[in-house]
Write a protein of this length. Structure first.
Length: 240
């Protein structure tokens, strides 16, 4: 759940080309410059962990966690998504790619995965770790705009690692509005939450917002092996 922030006035962003290996630097105007990274090494697990921790120290409210999600939490999150039958999967807050890796393993070969991540250094690591991954450096609030630009009507599944408890109710609602507008009727949404934060006011408000946007919400068992312990919420866009 790494490196997510939203500006109240979204900037114009530049998409990172699909199926090419690029790093990205972003100017104050919001445009991206591209440089080849073909000679750079694939990030290591230890490097991912250090990147995550250092980012948390610098931006604790943006990052929202001290360590990447565990494999078991990733399993819990994707268990609510029918990845084997999905044509378009969206990942929000891809971070260092802990959940990205499992999504790619479980997707059918001809499916499309688009990952959104706000931290530009994390975007660079994602591009080097997953060759051919389509990464957009932007806010999930603009997801519907990106799908329209790319010619996608709706996503079949959206899987999120965004730090909901760090957000106000208004921002939570706007992001969920964007997510629902980007899902096909009956499409699935999965997101994570930390057990220790579930009693916080922001967490209770988020759960209420989930119910308002998706109706029935299901919850996974607690993944005690994760640091910190966490669980997943599941919802589906109403068909009617």
């Amino acid at each position: 759940m790494l490196g997510y922030r939203v500006s109240e006035t979204p900037k114009k962003r530049t998409l990172i080309p699909m199926d090419k290996s690029y790093s990205m630097t972003e100017s104050p105007s919001g445009t991206a410059g591209f440089g080849r990274v073909g000679g750079q090494r694939r990030p290591s697990s230890a490097g991912d962990a250090w990147h995550f921790v250092s980012t948390f120290v610098l931006h604790p409210k943006i990052t929202g966690a001290v360590a990447p999600s565990s494999r078991k939490l990733a399993e819990a999150m994707i268990s609510g998504a029918d990845l084997q039958n999905a044509n378009l999967v969206i990942e929000l807050g891809a971070g260092t790619g802990a959940i990205t890796e499992l999504i790619r393993e479980r997707m059918k070969p001809n499916a499309t995965l688009i990952s959104l991540e706000m931290n530009s250094s994390a975007v660079d690591r994602l591009r080097r770790r997953f060759r051919g991954l389509h990464v957009i450096c932007d806010s999930a609030e603009n997801l519907r705009l990106h799908l329209d630009f790319l010619g996608h009507r709706h996503a079949d599944c959206i899987i999120s690692s965004l730090p909901w408890v760090s957000m106000g109710t208004d921002l939570q609602g706007r992001l969920l509005d964007s997510i629902v507008a980007s899902l096909k009727p009956g499409g699935s949404f999965s997101t994570m939450a930390y057990l220790h934060a579930s009693a916080y006011l922001a967490a209770r408000r988020f759960k209420a917002e989930l119910g308002r946007h998706f109706g029935e919400i299901k919850r996974s068992k607690v993944v005690w092996a994760n640091v910190p312990p966490a669980f997943a919420y599941y919802g589906r866009r109403n068909v009617a």
